[in-house]
Design a binder for this molecule. Sequence first.
Ligand SMILES: [Zn+2]
Length: 258
Amino acid sequence: MRIGAHVDPTDPLDAAVGREAETVQFFLSDPQGWKSPEPRADAEQLRAADIDVFIHAPYVINVATLNNRIRIPSRKLLVAHATAAATVGAKGLIVHGGHVNSGDDIAVGIDNWRKTFAYAAESGGFATPVLIENTAGGGNAVARRFDVLARLWDAVGEYGVGFCLDTCHAHAGGEDLLDIVDRVRAITGRIDLIHANDSKDGFDSGRDRHDNLGHGKIDPELVVAVVRAAGAPVVVETPGGTEGQAADIAFLRDRVGR
Ligand SMILES: [Zn+2]
């Protein structure tokens, strides 16, 4: 099982060495901005490295929303990131499930996801596999509660969509980590990546604040059990820089085994 971290995009390979990481995840552009990614000087090294690379799409992307002025640019930006992620050999492009506004019909949001894949399919599909990630907050989220996630997968499953399970988001979002891997697989049939994070906040708090493993409100053995059951690559998105993340990676490696 390959374990690593979300790192600064400046020099992901150097960051991986410092953490003894076998996977890295990073942003290709400002996560709060709408700019398309720039070509990377280290693209060839990233492709050649014995490191599994994952790219996280910007947080501003929300392809579910009924607001055209957000949805249409979101769709285009997602395609641009999938194309750019392929140049660094990324195994997946992680994007949050998104949400509709209060009062809007979640069924339309789900259909907007389907249309996103249909739109990409017109030009040959996404250049990098898209992994939809579960989220922690909001009452109108598409990938927070698994009853809605199941409706989403009914709509997009045919496009070979991947899934990224975040343990902090599940806990804070109100989905019990016990047996969660089985419950996800019953819906999606797959887990492509685990985001192994502790949560500073309580169960179903709806808050998204990551913590180092064993330092927050989640029993670290539950995170270990999720990682073991999923058998997927792992990325910690935890604080504390090189030292904090290296400790989280070492903890998982020690408990889960290589
Ligand atoms: Zn995450």
